[in-house]
Design a protein around this ligand. Structure first.
Ligand SMILES: [Zn+2]
Length: 269
């Protein structure tokens, strides 16, 4: 399996920093904006190696009959639009995530001192998780993949699998995304009916489900999550099997639509 570096070669990144990247499967557009704050976000996205790695992964590993376009700087979103095969991510989404994390000194030290670099990475982690979540919707729509259960849960699950299996220390991507779900859930004072019939699971359910998979992917390294989540021993044990099954199920479903592994040991015919 191929591993993408969260911090990649800067030189390679520069090749991709133009306004749009023309590629076989995935096209990226950064919409121009007059807002200086949003211009800064555009630059951050273009120069962030982990974002560019995530885009490379989507481009290299998946096959789309019609190119998938990632549009950064849209008004709507984050969402996948099946009519035009676009993933829309507003610049303002990054600002909102940044504000939410800043408000609780996320990734700061326990003396209350902020760590801008870790905070910035956490925001990019959320963007990567969101890109993979929307990629799942794109794959499901394009190939009419049979999903039994909530498509939104399945999309979260693929985001966790791709982060954990394809990125070095990729579980951290899933953890940042889970923590954002927690903060969003924490803002809810009173549930409304709509929260229960929404196509998404509740924010807190998305938080626990994602951390269950992170724990399940490596129970030794992420043993500390048991205390944070309060999972019972039985639940923790199930997370291990759940993660393995879910990963196998997704990769089996996608097998026909992913680029074949290049095996260097096999001689060319
Ligand atoms: Zn979704």
């Amino acid at each position: 399996m191929r591993y993408y570096q969260r911090r990649w070669l800067f030189a390679v990144m520069l090749l991709f920093s133009s306004m749009s990247i023309a590629a076989d499967n995935v096209i990226v557009r950064y919409l121009p904006t007059n807002d200086i704050k949003l211009q800064l976000i555009t630059k951050k996205l273009q120069s962030d190696s982990s974002i560019q790695d995530a885009i490379s992964l989507m481009n290299d590993e998946f096959i789309f009959p019609k190119p998938l376009t990632i549009v950064f700087g849209s008004d709507d979103g984050p969402l996948y639009d099946p009519v035009v095969n676009d993933i829309l991510i507003p610049y303002i989404f990054l600002d909102e995530v940044d504000q939410r994390f800043k408000a609780v000194n996320y990734a700061g030290d326990n003396q209350g001192k902020a760590n801008p670099e870790n905070l910035g990475q956490a925001v990019m982690d959320v963007v990567i998780h969101t890109l993979f979540h929307e990629l799942a919707h794109a794959l499901i729509a394009t190939y009419e993949l049979p999903i039994v259960g909530k498509e939104e849960d399945a999309a979260d699950n693929l985001a966790a699998v791709l982060s954990i299996e394809y990125f070095e220390n990729g579980a951290e991507i899933a953890i940042s995304a889970a923590d954002l779900f927690y903060l969003e859930g924490d803002e809810i004072v009173e549930f409304e009916e709509a929260d229960f019939w929404d196509e998404h699971s509740l924010d807190l359910q998305r938080y626990y489900a994602t951390l269950c998979y992170v724990y399940g992917s490596d129970d030794a390294q992420y043993a500390y999550l048991l205390e944070e989540t309060g999972f019972s021993d039985e639940r923790a044990e199930l997370c291990i099997g759940d993660y393995e099954r879910m990963t196998n199920n997704w990769l089996t479903l996608l097998d026909a639509y992913m680029s074949p592994e290049v095996d260097a040991t096999t001689p060319a015919e």
